[in-house]
Design a binder for this molecule. Structure first.
Ligand SMILES: [Zn+2]
Length: 247
């Protein structure tokens, strides 16, 4: 950490803030260095007292600092938040807020899918993040991996509905994706074809030669979304049927 004094233009004017701790990792080149520190800005007041109308939630007050990497010369903004006060309510310390310029990733996968396959949801989200970072090759491979967890965990879910046969569950885990698809889901013929086509495109995403060059990772993503919706619907249907059967 670089510890230095900085000048911040608060709403009441310029204020010198002492001993601000600034991380020494450049968000552009990733190297460690002591950045050039320019001035900072805030639309808040630095001073605080019970009479000046501020609510008690003073920790929401923030300022930013303009910083520059001394190695790659790129500029960036550091964000700081008030986190310590003296007995008068004057801010005595601002802590650094770690922020990412990548917006949060949201997906269209129904929530109950993660109940039967937590790993699927995690891997699928990582794949979307890879795409957001521009890592298109990793995106397709991640989708293929997420598909395997969705297929196997769904097969395990269906198997548990009929019996808790641990040998059957172990064999599903050990089988290849193709084997699991061909030996399960007989009562869901549409699922089988969707799973099959998704696995073909998924394999293309991980192999040197594409067998289906007209289809790409986006098509695989579309298939996975349809499959996840089908899995979600099946889980709800099974719950409804169990409710009726048990009463
Ligand atoms: Zn840099």
């Amino acid at each position: 950490m670089l510890i230095t004094d900085v000048q911040i233009k608060f709403s009441e004017g310029l204020v010198n803030i002492k001993h601000v701790s600034i991380p020494e990792r450049c968000p552009h080149c990733g190297k460690n260095m002591s950045p050039r520190v320019y001035s900072g800005f805030s639309n808040h007041k630095n001073g605080y007292s019970k009479n000046n109308g501020y609510p008690e939630s003073g920790t929401k007050r923030v300022f930013c600092l303009v910083l520059q990497c001394v190695l790659c010369n790129s500029f960036y903004i550091g964000n700081f938040k008030a986190n310590k006060f003296d007995s008068e309510g004057i801010i005595t310390n601002y802590g650094y807020i770690d922020v990412s310029y990548i917006p949060p990733i949201s997906n269209d996968i129904p929530e109950n899918v993660s109940e039967i396959s937590e790993r699927f949801s995690g891997i699928y989200n990582q794949s979307l993040k890879a795409k957001e970072y521009g890592l298109t090759e990793i995106y397709g491979m991640g989708l293929r991996k997420s598909l395997e967890f969705l297929v196997k965990d769904f097969a395990i879910y269906l198997s548990k509905l009929n019996s808790d046969d641990s040998a059957k569950i172990d064999s599903i885990k050990a089988q290849s994706l193709g084997q699991v698809i061909s030996s399960n889901f007989r009562e869901f013929s549409n699922f089988s074809k969707l799973f099959q086509s998704a696995s073909w495109i998924g394999n293309d995403e991980t192999h040197y030669i594409r067998k289906h060059p007209e289809k790409d990772a986006e098509f695989l993503n579309s298939l996975i979304k349809v499959l996840a919706n089908n899995v979600s619907n099946t889980v709800i249907e099974q719950e409804a049927m169990k409710l009726v059967d048990d009463n």
